[in-house]
Ligand binder design. Sequence first.
Ligand SMILES: *Cc1c(COP(=O)(O)O)cnc(C)c1O
Length: 392
Amino acid sequence: MKKRVYLDYSATTPMKQEVLNAMLPHFNVQFGNPSSIHCFGRENKAVIDQARQIIAKTINASADEVFFTGGGSESDNWAIKGVVSALKGKGKHIITSKIEHHAVLHTCEFLEKEGFEVTFVDVDEFGIVDLNQLQRSIRPDTILITIMYANNEIGTIQPIKEIGELAKKHNITFHVDAVQAYGNVRIDVQELKIDLLSLSAHKVYGPKGIGLLYIKKGTKIIQLIHGGAQEKRRRAGTENVPAIVGFGKAAELAYQDLEGHVKHLTFLRDKLINGLLEKIPYSRLNGHPTKRLPGNANISIEYIEGEALLLSLDMVGIACSSGSACTSGSLDPSHVLMAIGLSHEVAHGSLRFTIGDFTSEEDVDYVLKELPIIVERLRQMSPLYEKVKGGN
Ligand SMILES: *Cc1c(COP(=O)(O)O)cnc(C)c1O
């Protein structure tokens, strides 16, 4: 088989074998509906509660504060729409940032049409939220601050503790999309003063279509999905038992050896970043040099189209992304790269490599060998690059 190197772990991760093994019996053997009172149901109810406890522990929450959902997008939608609906008598102002995931950004834009007011706070050149601007944006009628823990495109990690303290001081509900951070940093919802936290299993070697919303006890929020009494009457629908079991196993594995995982990824990431910047002229790193996810390498390569790079890399079996999975395929430059101040042209020539637990040093070496050749070839066809070279 042709060589294939997967470097798109921020789009999704392969499930770990142990996760799959834990899930399998729940498709056909232990298949009962957790709401049924007979033994088939009861044994699955116990299994769900077990997974809930495991995951709650990884974020220092109690099990009755975590609710399973259909994924990270649903968790974000529930947190934001649920809180502002519950608090609309108190105010109509929401604060978020310009670099949020579309599940947050598009939800906020939808709410603007519904009569809410949203402040989209700027970020600096590294993608760090402007804390002064955030503070100045707070109004008496601000009811929600929603800021992501770590960015999915450039990997920048935000000062969540400072924002949490600010929100607490002004008595504003604080939501954090931690989908990318989970399994890569230690998250303590109490220490960070987080009221709501979104997670998704398929970014941490678990199955797709299962997520979770942490809701701190006492937080005012209405439910999004009405129906049965599942999830303590707050999120209806028969539980996806295999996926919940898989999420629990993935969470357990993710925090079993966090330090080892971070060390492995950071070593490969830095080798990739340093190698590419050294071998490719007119290239730069996007995001923060140190406050970044251990597996994220986002590079701009000038005078080339990112899509052309993606296709050429795909031909040699290397899978990465030209921005977030949602924006590739469209010709609009990434809103994140725009927000950190890149020009349209430079943003278009950007690649996101995301490294994971199954990435080897050989994989990184393969990219370091192939990408400079591709860049050289594509640049030879670029009239713009000829002019630049000629001018030097
Ligand atoms: C992937 C992702 C989501 C969406 O999660 P799904 O489970 O795919 O719906 C939300 N936020 C961030 C930061 C993500 O990376």
